[in-house]
Design a protein around this ligand. Structure first.
Ligand SMILES: *[C@@H]1O[C@H](CO)[C@@H](O)[C@H](O)[C@H]1NC(C)=O
Ligand SMILES: *[C@@H]1O[C@H](CO)[C@@H](O)[C@H](O)[C@H]1NC(C)=O
Ligand SMILES: *[C@@H]1O[C@H](CO)[C@@H](O)[C@H](O)[C@H]1NC(C)=O
Ligand SMILES: *[C@@H]1O[C@H](CO)[C@@H](O)[C@H](O)[C@H]1NC(C)=O
Ligand SMILES: *[C@@H]1O[C@H](CO)[C@@H](O)[C@H](O)[C@H]1NC(C)=O
Ligand SMILES: *[C@@H]1O[C@H](CO)[C@@H](O)[C@H](O)[C@H]1NC(C)=O
Ligand SMILES: *[C@@H]1O[C@H](CO)[C@@H](O)[C@H](O)[C@H]1NC(C)=O
Length: 603
């Protein structure tokens, strides 16, 4: 790091980031030795902490149109000349050769979310569009990315030297294979073209993140390990930790990482089709961004050219996951554990693509649920093993009978195997579909080891677990967005019969649709560690209806559930985890996204 940048950065901190003043500047500059010494991680040195231009976040914003949201900061990514593809960042929305517009506001202290929109324009190559979209995101959301990186990546190699060496080697081998594959595959191959676009966008984020605003941006693609790539791997690491024998460290690792609740409901008389998701994970991951990506890609080949999702700073895939797509599809997932660890022998650096990449490409290219599950299953990495639920809103007509097939598909992944099935019959029969971290398909249940675990404890048994019972009892209470949100945020564990366990105290705040592991006492005794005190709980709520879906709108709440429970407060919680850039008190009201970009899904 050059000293003048350090000085400017410290000065910047002093006036705009009051809370960070409590941490000495050296906290920012220290890199774990393990990272420094890893040969494949040298690229990390390219990283610079956010610096002088970030003060623009609080500088005057340029407005072009009277009706623009006054609270967005907006930049255009423009070609510098007709002849070359070199790009520059222009404040506001006006320039001659505009490839992309990015719009952003960091509302984490008002709603719990940052909001980011990017829109690209026709007349430019798809490569240039994806790179420009990345630059806009990396540039505008720089500070939030940096906080999220500190909270989730910076210390992951602490006391894990052997593991991280294996991890970096595996990741670099995987990137080398992807690079080779892209070069050797005919350009007309749509799938690999989109793999290439995905890494091009990622490279754009990295460049926008680390370069200064007045730099020149030459479209490029990088297959080197960098901090932005590490951010993409959040979900993959759940399985890579096990596949590569990370030493379990009770101080920072979770016994049952990442659980989520998903729910689909056809209301009475099929008046509406409601689709919702609550993410659950460590509270350090709670720096969130709601995103809209709108690309001027070829609409015929790419039905998912426009997509809204609940996401994380610098991450291209939702990772929750919660995606609303211009194809009429909506996709969510909840994570499934792999108890039969010998399955991890199927995790290989070559011939495989990580789940985050496969999900982006399935979301973009699929026209229907069946096709989504087919595309997603290619190049299974065996990492971020999930139960996916894919809903086709095109097949839903308010007030009409549901179709017999193709409205609802599921896909379940373990290393070496993906099973998929049309579950429209289930929705017809029960009027809802729940997803709660337990595989439904017999094949996946057996392979993953859920069969045996479920026989030992209902906690792991499909249809019998606490959330299975709560969904089954309460799904009929859900008739609109407000009642949907009420069920998805529900947690009254001291009174709820299905939250009871053979524990002391005799219940767990982890047995609820929206969990709060922080509220279980540290000195409690529990049947399994997953029921006890943990840095784990609900981080949000997202929901949509038929009407909201048409404009890819999400109804959301940021932060852990509260009411009747106390709101999560970093001042008073006994959870000890990094939370740079997060509000102290997580007590926010619901709201519905209003995208400024024009989005209309033809249902
Ligand atoms: C992949 O993307 C890069 C950068 O966007 C581009 O230069 C290259 O031609 C693309 N490769 C293929 C095979 O499409
Ligand atoms: C493109 O990336 C490669 C490797 O990532 C790097 O060597 C090269 O200098 C970059 N080109 C430009 C124009 O930035
Ligand atoms: C992890 O440990 C298992 C069991 O000891 C062993 O079979 C496997 O080879 C190890 N994997 C790696 C990547 O170290
Ligand atoms: C799904 O889309 C694919 C590609 O357009 C098509 O071949 C297939 O018939 C569709 N399936 C259904 C069930 O509509
Ligand atoms: C845990 O500690 C608290 C405060 O010391 C005490 O009131 C409570 O009874 C203890 N609970 C258990 C299960 O031991
Ligand atoms: C939100 O509040 C936190 C904690 O006070 C602070 O660190 C952060 O800078 C604030 N973020 C914004 C965008 O105001
Ligand atoms: C948290 O503690 C700080 C320092 O004592 C105080 O200034 C702030 O008001 C507290 N915030 C909340 C939400 O409790």
């Amino acid at each position: 790091m050059r000293p003048q940048i350090l000085l400017v950065f410290v000065a910047f901190l002093a006036f705009s980031e009051a809370s960070l003043r409590r941490h000495s500047a050296s906290t920012f500059l220290k890199r774990p030795k393990e990272i420094e010494n890893s040969p494949v991680y040298n690229n990390y040195k390219l990283r610079e902490v956010p610096s002088e231009e970030d003060d623009e976040e609080i500088a005057d914003t340029v407005f072009d149109k009277v009706n623009d949201r006054p609270d967005y900061r907006r930049v255009s990514i423009c070609k510098k000349s007709q002849e070359s593809d070199t790009l520059e960042i222009i404040e506001g929305e006006t320039c001659e050769q505009k490839v992309a517009i990015g719009r952003y506001r960091n509302d984490v202290n008002k709603t719990g979310w940052g909001v980011f929109e990017v829109e690209t324009f026709p007349g430019f190559s798809e490569q240039l569009q994806s790179y420009a979209a990345g630059v806009a995101e990396g540039h505008l959301t720089k500070l939030q990315i940096y906080y999220h990186w500190q909270n989730t990546v910076e210390n992951m190699c602490k006391n894990q030297k052997e593991y991280c060496k294996k991890l970096y080697k595996y990741i670099q081998q995987n990137l080398d294979w992807i690079n080779k594959k892209i070069v050797s595959t005919p350009k007309a191959d749509l799938y690999w073209h989109h793999v290439n676009l995905t890494y091009t966008q990622l490279t754009g984020i990295h460049d926008g993140y680390r370069k200064l605003k007045d730099a020149e941006y030459v479209p490029n693609i990088s297959f080197l390990l960098n901090p932005i790539l590490m951010i993409q791997l959040s979900g993959e690491l759940i399985d890579l930790n096990k596949a590569l024998n990370r030493t379990f460290d009770a101080a920072v690792d979770d016994p049952e990482p990442s659980k989520c609740s998903g729910f689909l409901k056809a209301t009475d008389g099929n008046k509406d089709l409601l689709f919702s998701h609550v993410s659950m994970s460590g509270f350090h991951t709670m720096n969130r961004v709601l995103k809209l990506y709108k690309f001027a890609y070829d609409k015929k080949n790419v039905p998912g050219h426009t997509m809204s999702f609940s996401g994380y700073p610098g991450a291209l895939a939702s990772a929750d996951d919660y995606n609303l797509i211009s194809s009429g599809l909506a996709s969510i997932e909840t994570t499934i554990s792999v108890f039969h660890e010998e399955l991890y022998e199927n995790v290989k650096p070559e011939g495989q693509l990580h789940c985050w990449v496969r999900s982006i490409i399935a979301n973009r290219l699929a026209h229907n649920g069946s096709e989504w599950t087919t595309i997603f299953a290619w190049y299974n990495s065996g990492t971020y093993n999930n139960q996916w639920t894919i809903v086709d809103y095109k097949l839903f007509k308010p007030g009409q009978p549901l179709p017999q097939k193709d409205l609802l598909w599921i896909s379940e992944q373990v290393p070496g195997y993906i099973g998929s099935r049309d579950m429209t019959w289930f929705l017809n029969k029960f009027t809802y579909w729940p997803s709660y971290n337990i595989p439904y398909l017999k094949s996946v249940s057996t392979k993953s080891g859920f069969d045996e675990k479920g026989n030992s404890l209902n906690w792991w048994r499909w249809g019998y677990s606490p959330r299975a019972r709560i969904f089954h009892r309460d799904h009929n209470k859900v008739q609109d967005i407000d009642t949907l949100r009420a069920l998805m945020r529900s947690n009254d564990y001291t009174h709820e019969e299905f939250s009871k366990c053979k524990c002391n105290p005799p219940y767990t705040a982890e047995a609820a649709i929206s969990t709060r592991g922080d509220l279980n006492p540290i000195n409690g005794t529990y049947e399994i560690p997953g029921m006890g005190h943990r840095n784990h709980g609900s981080l949000d709520y997202k929901g949509t209806s038929y009407a909201l879906f048409k404009n890819l709108q999400l109804n959301v709440i940021g932060g852990p559930t509260y009411d009747p429970l106390p709101p999560f407060n970093w001042n008073t919680t006994n959870i000890d985890a990094p939370h740079f850039g997060q509000p102290t008190l997580w007590k926010f009201e619901p709201f519905t996204t209003q995208w400024e970009a024009k989005v209309e899904v033809d249902l």
